[in-house]
Design a protein around this ligand. Structure first.
Ligand SMILES: *[C@@H]1O[C@H](CO)[C@@H](O)[C@H](O)[C@H]1NC(C)=O
Ligand SMILES: *[C@@H]1O[C@H](CO)[C@@H](O)[C@H](O)[C@H]1NC(C)=O
Length: 225
């Protein structure tokens, strides 16, 4: 009986260890696997992208020049420019990516989550009020503070978080992610801009507001397709 129990404990330990090890993008099985976007024209679909043939790989596959300049600003006053596996093919299987976020004065990067990545930001310019909120098991605790030029803040994987430029001049950060494609679910857009739409009575009950208010919010988030 004691032996059985010991075996059980060992098995549970290793299952836990395996779960920890696999709690990010899958590990790479070769030096490089540059994403072959052309493969998407064929029928093959898999987790990530197939690799380009080695003879077709060049240094440019590991380069992206798109974070050089500040991006223009959207309605909420921020723009995220990703450097992910979708525009930097050399990131395929590497388990990391980056982004640049530019904020207009008082601009907000609205509450959102990255289901596949933790995020570390480095403030290039300006000063931001940032925060993340733990799950219900963590009592929905808000951890928030101000971060300034040259400082770093981390948003745990999967948790809802946001940034707000707390000044009257532009701000910018560089973000590093623990996934080649972190995925972004913006809370408001996900719920109020989905297509087909999430039923208004469902949202009215969930937010404990009337359907008219739900329609008003929906009108701010026209579906993208
Ligand atoms: C690889 O490069 C060769 C020669 O440039 C080209 O003909 C071929 O289409 C390329 N293959 C792929 C899969 O890109
Ligand atoms: C959540 O709140 C309860 C009640 O105050 C407390 O006992 C528990 O430790 C809190 N849990 C966390 C993860 O903070």
């Amino acid at each position: 009986m004691a032996k059985l129990l010991a075996t059980f404990v060992v098995v549970v330990f290793f299952l836990g260890l395996a779960a920890t090890t696999l709690a990010g993008d899958p590990d790479m099985l070769q030096d490089i696997c540059v994403a072959d976007y052309k493969s998407l024209q064929g029928p093959l679909r898999l987790n990530g992208f197939p690799c380009k043939r080695p003879e077709n790989v060049t240094a440019d596959d590991f380069f992206f020049g798109g974070l050089t300049n500040p991006a223009g600003n959207a309605a909420v006053g921020s723009v995220v420019t990703p450097a992910s596996v979708e525009n930097l093919p050399g990131l395929n299987t590497m388990g990391v990516s980056m982004a640049r976020i530019d904020y207009a004065p008082w601009g907000v990067n609205p509450p959102h989550t990255h289901p596949r990545a933790a995020e570390v930001i480095f403030v290039l310019e300006g000063s931001l009020d940032v925060g993340f909120i733990t799950t219900g098991g963590g009592n929905n605790t808000l951890f928030a503070r101000t971060v300034r030029r040259g400082e770093v803040f981390v948003f745990p994987r999967g948790l809802v978080h946001f940034q707000k430029n707390n000044g009257g001049s532009p701000a910018a950060v560089v973000s590093a992610f623990s996934s080649q494609l972190p995925g972004t679910q913006s809370v408001a857009e996900t719920l109020f801009g989905a297509a087909p739409p999430v039923p208004s009575d469902t949202l009215a009950r969930a937010f404990q507001i009337d359907a008219g208010t739900v329609e008003l919010i929906k009108s701010k988030f026209p579906p993208k397709h």
